[in-house]
Structure formats: structure tokens, C-alpha cells
Design a protein around this ligand. Sequence first.
Ligand code: FES
Length: 165
Amino acid sequence: MNQFEANNNENKNSTFLSRRDALLALGSLSLVTALTGLLRETMRFLTPPLSQARPSTLIAGLPTEFPSGELTPLAEGPVFIGRDEAGLFALSAVCTHLGCTVARSGEGLTCPCHGSRFAIDGANLTGPAARPLPYLALKLSDEGLVEVDLNQGVEPTFRLKLTSG
Ligand code: FES
């Protein structure tokens, strides 16, 4: 092999290596892109849509609209208003698994998404939800309407005491 052939072979090897490197880099980039997309879609599936703007308070109505001994779902948002002898309370209807809205079913509450069941007081009975439904703060507005604070949790024993009605 003369000097020209040796140089030509070296150039071919160097071209071959750079092509191989370029293909490897392209393959790696494609793999990273595919994995990133897969991870993003998986996270989007597993987490509730937090980006949806929702109001921080809800006007539920007049206290007299909520009969004693009942758990009334609100049309305005994912909340139940309950009333017992101690007063009114607000129970979140947002499932503690992935955020679907639970509904009354039989003696308790059921999540339509993955079947979690809750007792009427919000206690989690069957999974996949592993936590009870939270209770929310509520107060009377200046106009005498029940106002629920969707961002403020309270103890399950919290009651809005009513003087009449
Ligand atoms: S979101 Fe309620 S059980 Fe999954």
C-alpha cells in the first residue's frame, strides 16, 4: 500500500467513524425525545389538571336551602354541603386519588373514575384513594349566603353555627 492509498483508507475510516457518530447521536437524540414525550404524557395522565383556573370561593346559597341530615351536592362546584344539629359543613367532592368528582351512591360516595368509595362523612373505605375527602372552610357572606373557601381545609368537626333557619 502506497502513501496515497493509506491516506485514502484513513479518510474513509474517519468518514465512517464520523457517520457512525452522527447516527449514534441522532439515535440518542430520538430516544431522549421519545422518552421525554412518554414521561410528559405519563405525568399528565397521573396528575389532576391543576392548570385549570377555578374560583377560590363558591357561593352555595342560603343556609335554609340545606336540609338537616342531608349531604347536598352543589351544582356550582365539587362540594357537598351538609347540615347536622351543630350546623353546616362543606365536604370536598374532589377524589383524593386523582381529582375526579365523587357522587352520592347508596349510603356513601363513589368516584366514577377508578371506583374509590367513601363513607358519607368522607372517610375513605376502598381505594385507590388512600385519604379521606377534606372538609372545607365556610362562612356566611355579608348577604347571608353560604360561602365555601375551596382552598382552605378545616377539621372534620368544624361547623358553621346557624342562629336560625
Ligand atoms: S380519581 Fe377517584 S378513584 Fe381515581
